[in-house]
Ligand binder design. Structure first.
Ligand SMILES: [Zn+2]
Length: 470
């Protein structure tokens, strides 16, 4: 946790003369109201003594509330304890005197980002087999907490982890909830269920070779508090197993997401009735007709179908292969011991990035369009943790790819990665927009991401549940 830095407004509180001078210089009536309120509070020493460390007034910035509404200039957001208490503008919303004033002038105030597709146990190392054989016993103590901390510093205040050892992710989630570790709110699938005959030894995967085991392992994940069930590697010969997993999860009211890079995986997942499919495979330029028929039948049935495309890992491959300087950014290695940092750096330096041809972009656009036209709902997610996608970079980079390569408007991209994600996870009434009553997961960034999207890369401030952590 970082100390609360002294902001210009707080300096004003400590320097009444400066505040008074500011007041008399003030030309804008709206600003005058704020400085007048400030000045009044400065006159009384009692008011200074009454400043409440759990109450903040974020004053002056451009507000993007996450709902997709047009931004609002000169905003005020009042945080009381862990909730957003009021939202308004300078001159219209009074700032009570016991609130800590935090200037957001020159910044955009927006909800904390969501990343609904992450792998906290990886930290961008290219060699999964090596990662598992070397660091499995440090996932709960080192790698998952490091990714969680990096996410929070990157302004990502909620994530959904798709494939980690169930016990490890549950333990880290609990420690974050108890305030022992800095990190986002974690929704998790636990270990992925892999319907195969051959036993696997990866700790984040449970091999399933019969229907009985499918039912038991699904029930066990749900009993362990997992929020989603993830299926990996579905194949035609395992259709019954996939059906059993989906039936068991749905009977318990838990949704199922399935890996879908290949047409084969997608076909089996759709027949079984999964809720969501991950990735856009690029081996084939279009989805075959029978898959599109299955999608149409599903939409016609009235049960929504979600897709989590994760295009950044494909479309950023050329930049990663060019060895970009940002891979060396120290924030990508926050909380990792020197030996693990060295290992990741060296492995990335000698890695062979699978550079995709530019036709991959056309394939992705075509496939996204064919799904969207049929009514499929897209879910945001970055596939963080995989090769070259550390937690401190992955989320904004994925979002930036949608804006710059796939033409999404920045305002819609922000809505997608905030309120839409919260709605999808079933907590839209609690979090995801800057609305009175909701949890105060708020970030500020310099300038406006509507004009300079890359400003999302490095937030100025991060509030998690009303506590300033950056
Ligand atoms: Zn993934």
């Amino acid at each position: 946790m970082t100390e609360l830095p002294t902001s210009p407004q707080i300096n004003l509180l400590k320097n009444p003369m400066l505040a008074l001078m500011k007041y008399f210089e003030c030309r804008l009536p709206g600003l005058c109201v704020v400085f007048f309120t400030l000045t009044l509070s400065l006159i009384s020493n009692q008011a200074l003594a009454q400043l409440d460390s759990t109450k903040y007034a974020l004053v002056g910035g451009l507000l993007i509330d996450g709902s997709g509404s047009e931004p609002v200039r000169n905003s005020i957001v009042l945080i009381n304890s862990n909730r957003i208490e009021a939202v308004g503008t300078i001159g219209r919303l009074a700032v009570p005197e016991d609130y800590q004033l935090v200037s957001t002038e020159g910044m955009t105030v927006m909800p904390g980002l969501w990343d609904p597709h992450v792998h906290l146990l990886y930290n961008g190392h290219p060699d999964f087999a090596h990662w598992f054989s070397t660091y499995s016993n440090q996932f709960a103590s080192v790698t998952i907490p490091a990714s969680a901390h990096q996410f929070l510093m990157a302004g990502v205040t909620s994530v959904r982890d798709l494939a980690a050892n169930t016990r490890d992710i549950a333990k880290v989630r609990q420690r974050i909830e108890q305030g022992e570790l800095p990190g986002p709110t974690i929704y998790a699938a636990g270990a992925a269920l892999m319907p195969v005959d051959a036993p696997q030894t990866m700790p984040h995967i449970i091999p399933i070779d019969n229907d009985r085991k499918a039912i038991n392992e699904t029930k066990r994940l749900i009993a362990d508090g997992m929020d989603f069930i993830k299926i990996l590697g579905a194949a035609p010969q395992s259709q019954n197993i996939v059906n059993a997993i989906v039936r068991t999860a749905h009977a318990a009211g838990v949704r199922v997401t399935a890996h879908g890079r290949s047409d084969e995986e997608i076909r089996v997942a759709l027949i079984a009735g999964v809720d969501e499919i991950q990735h856009i495979g690029i081996e084939n330029p279009t989805y075959p007709e029978d898959i599109l028929d299955l999608v149409e039948q599903r939409i016609a049935s009235g049960i929504p179908l979600y897709w989590n495309p994760t295009v950044g890992t494909i479309l950023n491959s050329d930049e990663l292969a060019a060895d970009p300087e940002w891979l060396d950014d120290p924030k990508n290695f926050l909380d990792l011991p020197a030996n693990i940092e060295r290992d990741i750096r060296q492995a990335i330096a000698r890695a062979n990035f699978n550079v995709q041809p530019r036709s991959a972009q056309e394939t992705i656009k075509r496939k996204l369009q064919s799904l969207s036209e049929r009514g499929v709902i897209m879910v945001f997610g970055s596939d963080e943790g995989t090769f070259g996608h550390p937690a401190s970079e992955a989320t904004w980079r994925e979002l930036e790819t949608w804006v710059f390569e796939l033409g999404m408007s920045p305002l819609i991209a922000i809505k997608w990665a905030t309120s839409d994600a919260a709605e999808y996870m079933g907590v839209g009434a609690e979090v995801g927009t800057i609305t009175p009553g909701k949890l105060a997961d708020i970030i500020t960034v310099t300038g406006s991401p509507l004009r300079h999207f890359s400003t999302l890369r490095e937030p100025e401030m991060v509030f998690k549940n009303g506590i300033r952590v950056r």
